[in-house]
Design a protein around this ligand. Structure first.
Ligand code: PRP
Length: 213
């Protein structure tokens, strides 16, 4: 790899779309269009020392934890799923806002005392039910969690809700909220120690860009 001063890992998908204007305001726009191109590493157009790396959302905390990226932009949902000890969470970027909820059939009675819960957020779901003293059997899925209750695979799901349209359209309803979700700026712990002043200057640019959102 090149010797970039800073490498910023950004989760691809919906979050990347919302992160691009923010990166622009922070003076860290990539020198191409990561929504169209297949390049995974892009230098920043106005800051030759910085690079943007496009990574699958669930992998952003790992790249930052191991120092392969100095900064990461990832959803709080992914940070909650990771154990969160390998990096600093520096600020809430105020983009990609949604909520993590427990949902189930809209027109059925209460779920069983020990429900089966389909989710890709296995650790978060397990923690949520344990913290509220309830037993639950968690089933790992990789997407389209709504199909769990629809096809009888599970009683409940733990999933993200934005507009609520997907739940409504599929005859499901929110039962309880687990957490408010948004994109966060995270940083590698060693990078913060070794190049702290410069890292904090970049973090301040992100915080200022987030305030003008
Ligand atoms: C997310 C989430 C819900 C949907 C919620 O799915 O898992 O399915 O968006 O959005 P809404 O409340 O505005 O309808 P995504 O499209 O990211 O795909 P996934 O099912 O593979 O996670």
């Amino acid at each position: 790899m090149t010797a970039a001063r800073f490498r910023i890992a950004v989760a691809k998908g919906r979050l990347l779309q919302e992160a691009l204007p923010l990166l622009g305001r922070a003076g860290l726009a990539p020198d191409g269009d990561p929504l169209r191109e297949r390049r995974l590493v892009m230098p920043c157009a106005d800051d030759g020392g910085a690079e943007i790396v496009i990574i699958r959302a669930a992998d952003v905390p790992t790249f930052v934890e191991y120092g392969a990226a100095d900064f990461g932009i990832a959803g709080k949902d992914m940070l909650m799923e990771h154990d969160g000890r390998g990096f600093y969470e520096l600020c809430d970027l105020g983009i990609a806002r949604c909520r993590m909820v427990v949902a189930g059939h809209a027109r059925r009675g209460a779920p069983p005392r020990r429900p089966r819960v389909a989710t890709k957020y296995v650790a978060t779901a397990r923690r949520h039910f344990a913290q509220s003293g309830r037993q639950a059997d968690i089933v790992k899925l990789y997407g389209s969690m709504e199909l769990g209750p629809i096809l009888g695979l599970s009683d409940l799901i733990v999933d993200l809700v934005d507009t609520g349209e997907t739940l409504r359209t599929n005859g499901l309803a929110e039962i309880e909220e687990i957490a408010g979700i948004s994109a966060r700026l995270i940083a590698n712990r060693a990078s913060m120690r070794i190049k702290g002043t410069a890292m904090r200057a970049v973090a301040d640019r992100f915080a200022a860009a987030a305030r003008t959102e």
